[in-house]
Design a protein around this ligand. Structure first.
Ligand SMILES: Nc1ncnc2c1ncn2[C@@H]1O[C@H](COP(=O)(O)OP(=O)(O)OP(=O)(O)O)[C@@H](O)[C@H]1O
Length: 275
């Protein structure tokens, strides 16, 4: 973690207490209890007010003028997309504020703390479910119940991705870490929510939609190898069901995407065989 980059972010956000959540290739993500402009504290997560600040630091290897243009444009495009998703009713964090010049976006914190202390990404939640499942091998009824919960969530994830695709948007980095689960008031998992739209774009191409699905499929295979086949099956089932609700056009788009997914998988297999 670069202390210097954190200090730069802190300079842009003077007087605001920031806690680092992650440092990725593109951005440093912080949580804060301070809302960018409201005096009241409305967004409660785990009984605490929490917001996300995503900061894209300058890249020293780029020409400063070009760098500032790229930062401004990526920040604005992610912010615009969050705003668009809100209007479309796709589950994603609500945009609160944006400072394009300094590469800063504020948004709602989504998710909650799971009982093992991890954040409720789909990845962490599935791991938790798997551990629970493995802890009750002889309890058939319990095992079936856990399986049903995972099936329901994976189908909802499929339906959520379908909703995004039906709006002509591809996520661009669909992994099980970029899907968070929100909790109901009783802390039961209620629904999945997408995050990280830094690589998202508008596309009407079946190829782009198929790559989105393939990236998620691969992420599930590498992080949940034992159950990945089932998860991926539920994912596609949810994806198909959501398309069918949109009539003939939806069904056609879905068939095209899934056909293309077969090609993308084949290309992926060939590539891994060739090393
Ligand atoms: N709105 C949010 N609510 C809760 N947690 C979030 C939110 N946005 C980001 N995070 C957390 O911060 C992490 C990194 O966020 P994000 O993926 O947007 O940044 P990134 O720099 O693009 O990361 P990477 O390069 O690893 O993909 C997420 O995995 C998640 O744990």
């Amino acid at each position: 973690m670069s202390a210097e980059l954190v200090a730069t972010a802190q300079r842009h956000l003077a007087g605001i207490s920031l806690e680092v959540v992650s440092q990725g290739a593109e951005a440093i993500v912080f949580t804060t209890e301070t809302h960018p402009y409201l005096k009241t504290k409305p967004a409660l997560v785990d009984n605490k007010t929490k917001f996300i600040v995503k900061y894209r630091p300058p890249k020293p290897y780029r020409h400063p003028r070009l760098d500032s243009q790229i930062t401004r444009s990526r920040t604005a495009s992610e912010a615009k997309l969050l705003q668009k998703l809100l209007l479309l009713g796709v589950d994603a964090p609500r945009l609160l504020a944006m400072d394009g010049t300094n590469g800063i976006i504020w948004m709602d914190f989504v998710g909650f703390t799971l009982e093992d202390g991890t954040v409720s990404s789909l990845k962490n939640w599935l791991w938790l479910m798997e551990r629970r499942q493995e802890a009750v091998p002889e309890d058939h009824a319990k095992s079936i119940a856990l399986g049903a919960v995972a099936e329901d969530i994976m189908k909802r994830v499929g339906a959520m991705v379908a909703q995004l695709h039906l709006e002509g948007i591809v996520h661009g980095d669909l992994t099980s870490s970029n899907i968070m689960l929100k909790a109901s008031k009783t802390n039961e998992v209620e629904r999945p929510t997408l995050i990280d739209f830094g690589l998202s774009s508008y596309s009407g191409l079946a190829e782009d939609r198929a790559v989105d699905l393939y990236v998620l499929e691969r992420a599930l295979t590498s992080t949940h190898s034992v159950y990945a086949k089932e998860y991926n099956g539920f994912l596609v089932a949810g994806y198909e069901a959501a398309h069918k609700l949109k009539g003939k056009l939806g069904a056609k788009a879905c068939t095209e995407t899934l056909r293309r997914l077969e090609d993308v998988r084949l290309r992926g297999r060939k590539r891994s065989m060739l090393g």
